[in-house]
Ligand binder design. Structure first.
Ligand code: SF4
Ligand SMILES: [Zn+2]
Ligand SMILES: [Zn+2]
Length: 199
């Protein structure tokens, strides 16, 4: 049975205040969208408006702007099970939208985000290598799940040696780890922590 037939047989929330569903202001349109989410005909109503190319008003929780996005032919959008227009999964926007809606990110979105993080680390590592290898580069190698290159290892060793030299010069006891400015990342990394604590 189609939406028009279904709608004729039951009281619909929008019939109580039709003007709200064709309002010019965004506040009233938002109220209409929220009302639609509790309507048992939300999905067939949205489908009907999309098929009939209803240009105006809120239908099935979709505004005119939402329908224009879907009519544009772009596959960047989807309507979720609750009738919300969402970025299609498999994008970074969709990854963050999962959190906005209190959900665990799906596999497709997580894969895209993981790849973005890896690419960003790889890009930052290139910058550290341009400096000749650094302690930061060492940690980036580790975060990328790979052994550090010789240049970055040398930078860690040089940092350790410099710290050893500084302590011998002052003759003082080694300050606590936190006082030596070792960041959370460094503290959590066994190799660097050992190198620095051995100083
Ligand atoms: S989904 Fe919204 S517009 Fe459609 S019938 Fe229900 S209340 Fe009316
Ligand atoms: Zn997703
Ligand atoms: Zn390196």
């Amino acid at each position: 049975m189609d939406f028009a037939a279904l709608g004729a047989r039951r009281p619909l929330p929008c019939r109580a205040d039709p003007d709200l569903f064709f309002a010019d202001n965004i506040t009233d349109r938002g109220a209409a969208v929220r009302i639609c989410r509790g309507c048992p005909l939300r999905a067939p109503c949205a489908e009907y408006a999309l098929e009939q190319r209803e240009e105006w008003g809120v239908w099935g929780g979709l505004t005119r702007a939402d329908r224009l996005e879907l009519w544009s032919g772009s596959d960047a959008w989807r309507v979720d099970d609750e009738g919300r227009l969402r970025r299609a999964c498999g994008t970074r926007q969709a990854y963050f939208a999962h959190f906005t809606f209190g959900e665990e990110p799906c596999e497709a979105c997580t894969a895209v985000q993981d790849e973005h993080v890896r690419a960003d680390r790889r890009r930052r590592l290139e910058g550290e290598h341009a400096k000749g290898g650094t302690v930061t580069g060492y940690h980036l190698h580790r975060r990328l799940g790979e052994a550090a290159c010789a240049d970055c290892k040398r930078a860690v060793a040089a940092t350790s040696a410099a710290r050893r030299g500084g302590q011998q010069a002052t003759g003082g006891a080694a300050p606590p780890v936190a006082a030596r400015g070792i960041t959370g990342g460094a503290r959590s990394d066994p190799a660097t922590a050992q190198a620095l604590l051995a100083a």
